[in-house]
Write a protein that binds this ligand. Structure first.
Ligand code: HDE
Length: 710
């Protein structure tokens, strides 16, 4: 048992307190603590003379600066972190002895890092990519890391292929182009050479790869792990996260524009939500398979390119994580945090999933170089809350001051301490799995079924989701210069679905498959679709961002009624106008503008509202930027609301195939494909219709949206 430490939410904070800088500090000092009297002018031999080597402050300042960069993560280089806590709903004693999964009253501190995979550290947030979702639980048994993604499967089946995969998707070798994108020859060459990618590619080309927010996506442990209870009984498990805000995505055109307008879009969103007290939450779930059922499925449960369909293996939701604090210093915490799937605690063990087996080696290895040696666990963010005691010594940046003479075990000089703990004393005991077989480089037969689950995924998509996947193929494969690779991709996906292959071929200038093929799977699994998933949520506008476009002479009453309704639902409204400053309403009221057309754009919002006010709307009609705001919002299928004369602005934007509220029946609220209008604005029925349109997130039924410029 670990002694002498109180585990509570505060203790991670207290631990960090030792190294946290005093915000009240007054004087500049050197790293030796010597107060500095001058930091802008170097020591010189005379006013116009050379700088002197003895200026220790100059040399220390420059030397430190010269070494500020550490190698970025080879993958998942760009990330954002947050602190929080985890609580289990009920004791999981039957399934696992992990202590943090026993007591519902206990809060286990966590640090989470969300990331993109491919882009460099300074790349944009909204690229098409998998998102990393890594959680470090500072438990009373030591640190447990769940290093997952927002997509439940992976590209490859064996970790030995990881360097090839990553080399192919990173910028190309000769010119280091393109940044943070899969849309280039080497990646699709890799895909065409490895049909095991088929399932993952379907996910990566779906809306899942364009999350609206880190707060609105699912998380998956991907690999198969084991729960082991105190009697030593094991079960295969897969881990899941889901958000009460649902699963929501951006559209492709938006993501590309946001990459320029606000490359920090997802990072900012996470940071601001936590600053505003809208703490992101995620429920934690497990799928469990009994050991004796290992071979009952038509897929191999150790194959990381396969999901366990929820129809066959339901998820048990067992706890909740809340993220409630932003880091103080990005580098010290988010950059230096080191996750590793091998960091497990008693009650959680591994499976023989060949991808996981390789991961167990790779993370520690990469961190040795990234964080400069074997002592990175001593960096405050990485330290467990429980005491560490072993015979590891020295190395770069050793912080612990070990005492005594011994650094070996067993010993008599130091009373044989520290010594191994028995299982009863909390010692980690590996699950006793029977393993026998030849030493062989091979994979089991079921691993070779590359297409059934890719087809299951395709079958499960809603119509708009299917269209998005086809458009994504057109973009990705359209960017491939080598026609042979383009053709190979069409032919490869003909093994998944013949119609899909024909649709891909149409957009990328190569032939449709000679013979229409496809996997025979007809089943669907609706939870694979984010639109159809029961884990999605479309009944809340909480934390959605609404743009309100105004000019002088707006209708104050309408504006405040709608703003009140949005605020009551937890949405965040921002006032946008041509210039920042104060705007005057038609009856002499005033409101401050949050953003001007130069500092923001429609793609940064979830919906747009235009209040009435004759003078305001007449001005907006002359502003191309206001019309563009509406067109783009429409094209991206986002909700639009207008009241009073505001409806005239929508008219001026020429939205095709949309019914707007007419002059005659002033009290009527017209809601058509997410466009909500009322001539008598701001009343409760408008507010209700508009908020429920926002809660829907997107309105894909705008059939003629392609006619609108964006
Ligand atoms: Fe990783 N992965 N990975 N990975 N991974 C890393 O570790 C690796 C895989 C994941 O926010 C690296 O410290 C191999 C699957 C996340 O710091 C590296 C294989 C999943 C993060 C590494 C995989 C992940 C990483 C790079 C076998 C989802 C970021 C820097 C094919 C379950 C964690 C580092 C953070 C980071 C290796 C596959 C998730 C190189 C060999 C599958 C979220 O060690």
């Amino acid at each position: 048992m670990h002694k002498g430490k109180i585990i509570n939410e505060k203790s991670k904070d207290e631990q960090l307190e030792i190294v946290r800088e005093d915000p009240e500090r007054e004087f500049l000092t050197t790293n030796q603590g010597v107060r500095v009297s001058e930091t802008d002018i170097s020591l010189k031999a005379g006013e116009r003379g050379p700088t002197l080597l003895e200026d220790f402050h100059f040399r220390e300042k420059l030397t430190h600066f010269d070494h500020e960069r550490i190698p970025e993560r080879i993958v998942h280089a760009r990330g954002s972190g947050a602190y929080g806590f985890f609580q289990v709903y009920e004791p999981m004693t039957e399934y696992t002895s992990a202590k943090f999964l026993q007591d519902p009253s206990k809060k286990t501190p966590v640090f989470v890092r969300f990331s993109t995979v491919v882009g460099f550290r300074g790349s944009a947030d909204t690229v098409r990519d998998v998102r990393g979702f890594a959680t470090k639980f500072y438990t009373e048994d030591g640190n447990y890391d769940l290093v997952g993604n927002n997509i439940p499967v992976f590209f490859i089946q064996d970790a030995i292929k990881f360097p090839d995969l990553v080399h192919s998707i990173k910028p190309e070798q000769d010119n280091q182009i393109p940044q943070a994108s899969a849309a280039h020859d080497t990646f699709w060459d890799f895909v065409a050479c490895h049909p095991e990618n088929a399932h993952m590619i379907m996910w990566v080309l779906s809306d899942r790869a364009l999350p609206r927010s880190y707060r609105m996506m699912q998380g998956f442990g991907v690999n198969t792990f084991r729960f082991v209870n105190s009697r030593g009984k094991g079960r295969f498990v897969k881990f899941h996260w889901k958000s009460p805000l649902g699963i929501h995505s951006l559209v492709w055109d938006e993501t590309q524009k946001i990459a320029g307008k606000d490359p920090d879009f997802n990072r900012r969103d996470l940071w601001e939500a936590i600053e505003m007290g809208d703490y992101p939450e995620y429920e934690f779930g497990v799928q469990m398979i009994e050991e004796e059922d290992e071979f009952k499925f038509d897929f191999d449960i150790l194959d990381p390119t396969k999901v366990w369909p929820e129809e066959d293996v339901p998820i048990k939701w067992i706890g909740k994580m809340t993220l409630n604090r932003n880091p103080d210093n990005f580098f010290a915490e988010t950059e230096q945090v080191a996750f590793c799937p091998a960091n497990v605690v008693p009650g959680i063990d591994f499976s023989n999933d060949p991808l996981l087996q390789g991961r167990l080696f790779s993370y520690l290895d990469t961190q040795m170089i990234r964080l400069g040696g074997p002592n990175f666990q001593e960096i405050p963010i990485n330290r467990p809350l429980v005491p560490v005691a072993n015979n590891q010594r020295e190395g770069y940046h050793r912080i612990t001051i070990n005492k005594g003479k011994t650094s070996y075990f067993p010993n008599t000089v130091g009373n044989n301490k520290p010594r191994p703990a028995s299982a009863e004393e909390g010692g980690y005991a590996h699950y006793m799995e029977k393993v026998e077989g030849k030493k062989i480089r091979a994979r089991s037969e079921k691993f070779k079924d590359f297409y059934s689950q890719a087809k299951l995924f395709w079958n499960s998509m809603s119509k708009p989701e299917k269209e998005h996947i086809i458009e994504a193929f057109h973009f990705e494969i359209g960017k491939v210069k080598d026609k042979n690779i383009r053709q190979a991709i069409v032919d490869m996906f003909n093994n998944v679905d013949g119609d899909l292959a024909i649709e891909i071929a149409k957009g990328v200038g190569v032939s449709a498959p000679a013979q229409k093929g496809g996997s025979p799977v007809t089943k669907e699994s609706p939870n694979l679709s984010q639109e159809r998933s029961e884990h999605n949520v479309k009944n809340t506008i909480k934390t959605r961002k609404i743009a309100i476009i105004l000019a002088d002479g707006y209708n104050q009453k309408e504006l405040s009624q709608v703003m009140q309704a949005l605020g009551a639902g937890g949405a965040k409204a921002e006032i946008i106008s041509k210039f920042q400053g104060m705007l005057k309403s038609s009856d002499g009221g005033e409101i401050e503008v949050d953003k001007n057309y130069r500092t923001t754009a429609s793609v940064l919002y979830d919906a747009v509202y235009i209040p009435g006010g004759k003078e305001s709307v007449e001005t907006l009609k002359t502003q191309g930027d206001a019309i563009h705001f509406i067109n783009e919002t429409f094209r991206h299928c986002k909700p639009l609301g207008a009241t009073g004369e505001g409806v005239e602005l929508l008219k001026a934007a020429n939205l095709p195939d949309i019914k707007l509220a007419g002059q005659k029946s002033a009290d009527k609220v017209v809601s058509d494909k997410g466009v909500v209008t009322a001539r008598n604005g701001g009343n409760s029925s408008f507010n209700e219709a508009f908020t429920s349109a926002i809660a829907q997130h997107r309105h894909w039924d705008r059939e003629k949206k392609e006619q609108v410029p964006a």
